[in-house]
Design a binder for this molecule. Structure first.
Ligand code: RFL
Ligand code: PHB
Length: 389
């Protein structure tokens, strides 16, 4: 088989790239290790930046997004017993939207299928060959038979545990990583959200986040230790702990119910450089991970796709390689800013096991500054709604 761009990974990055390229007449094949149901069942991101929404519109997959997403003008920060709002709209005239990653992925799959896009599920043993040559190809097995795809370029959109990053030799790749000494225990419940905006709460017992998907679907997280497993937590224990970490008024209004999903995510900051090697381009979680505190993971994947898509269009339609040549540089410049913001929000709002009284004073001083300083609020708003592409 031959295609122009072989895309490894059928998550949001791979699907969005495939859909955007298809609309400009550029042929792709997407190779996905799991089933479609598995990909659609993963409960992950909930907040979309305006840049990502614009990209969904450009991909022609925004009908449901425009109708069903919820615009959020701001967010609430709670630190021990004090709360304040950061109103993005009033501060910088921009907003974010609540629209789950499951919905983004569903919209993209539907669009790809409507256009007869080629997506191969359940692939095994994907290997990238000749990425630094003029004739790269990808091999894999599906239904027990070996397959080969010859292509012009390979897009590694296969997430943090994928094979694409590993295909770059260690002599060219440099990795930067920070592992946080805690995780997030998250639950989804068919209950109304406790508040109209998200609440990021830091308490003496640890961090908690009140988020949502729609008026009858809530998403809550609490900071937990890495040694815990979701089965250690009954629903009742989760609700009890959440109540103790969020503002009193929210705790009193909280409507609880059975969880329909419960999982633990470790928190990590990670970047690999460069994001291009020869004809292989890394995108999204394959190249970088952020802790979820700043809601940046999916959105940063989308900005990578924006740069790669425009680079590909420039290459195929104008015969100009400038966009592809500068892909790694442009993507990384934005990635590192998202990394900084996510690290800052994580450091500000979590309790660290080895935190001293001095460290706590620093967090409180930073919170007081954010609560009272216009410039600090503008800086937070600009980062949260997403820096320009
Ligand atoms: P994905 O979603 O991991 O998709 C990669 C796909 O590649 C497949 N794959 C392979 N396919 C073929 N061959 C192989 N060898 C393969 N290896 C892997 C996988 O099966 C999968 O389908 O990466 P992608 O597309 O780059 O998307 C990244 C986002 O999923 C991720 O950044 C976000 O979910 C992060 N994230 C959030 N991002 C936000 O922007 N806003 C948020 O509010 C937000 N909240 C979150 C999050 C992530 C979380 N977790 C669980 C990590 C909240 C949580 C709890
Ligand atoms: C979510 O709704 O899953 C969510 C929202 C904001 C975050 C992280 C996760 O910062």
């Amino acid at each position: 088989m031959r295609t122009q761009v072989c895309i490894i990974g059928g998550g949001p990055s791979g699907l969005l790239l495939s859909q955007l390229l298809h609309r400009r007449g550029i042929d792709t094949v997407v190779l996905e290790r799991k089933t479609k149901a598995y990909v659609l069942g993963r409960i992950r991101a909930g907040i979309l930046e305006t840049g990502m929404m614009a990209l969904m519109r450009e991909a022609g997959v925004s009908d449901r997004l425009d109708k069903e997403s919820y615009v959020h003008d701001g967010t609430v920060i709670s630190f021990e017993d004090e709360q304040f709002g950061i109103n993005f709209k009033a501060l910088i005239g921009k907003t974010v939207a609540v629209y789950g990653q499951t919905e983004v992925t569903r919209d993209l799959y539907e669009a790809r299928e409507a256009m007869d896009g080629k997506i191969v599920f359940n692939v095994e043993g994907v290997q990238i060959h000749g990425a630094d040559s003029d004739a790269p190809f990808v091999t894999y097995s599906a239904d027990g038979t070996e397959q080969r795809i010859d292509c012009d370029f390979v897009a590694g959109c296969d997430g943090f545990h994928g094979v694409s990053r590993q295909a770059m030799p260690l002599t060219v790749r440099r990795e930067y990583e920070k592992i946080y000494p805690f995780g997030w225990l998250g639950i989804l419940s068919e209950t109304p959200p406790v508040h109209e905006e998200l609440i990021y709460a830091s308490s003496r017992r640890g961090f908690a986040l009140c988020s949502m998907r729609n008026e009858n679907l809530s998403r809550y997280y609490i900071q937990c230790s890495l040694s815990e497993s979701p089965s250690d937590w009954t629903d009742a224990a989760f609700w009890e702990e959440l109540r103790r970490r969020i503002p009193t008024e929210a705790a009193e209004n909280l409507i609880t119910g059975p969880s329909i999903e419960k999982s633990i995510a470790p928190l990590r900051s990670f970047v690999t450089e460069p994001m291009r090697w020869g004809r292989l381009f890394l995108c999204g979680d394959a190249a970088h991970i952020v802790p979820p505190t700043g809601a940046k993971g999916l959105n940063t994947a989308a900005s990578d796709i924006h740069y790669l898509y425009h680079g590909m269009v420039q290459h195929y339609l104008d015969g100009d390689s400038e966009g592809l040549d500068r892909y790694s540089e442009k993507a990384l410049a934005r990635v590192w800013k998202a990394e900084r913001f996510s690290w800052w929000m994580t450091s500000l709002l979590h309790r660290f096991p080895d935190q001293s009284e001095f460290d706590l004073k620093m967090q409180r001083a930073e919170i007081d500054f954010l609560r009272s300083n216009h410039a600090a609020q503008v800086a937070m708003a600009e980062n949260y709604v997403g820096l320009p592409y």
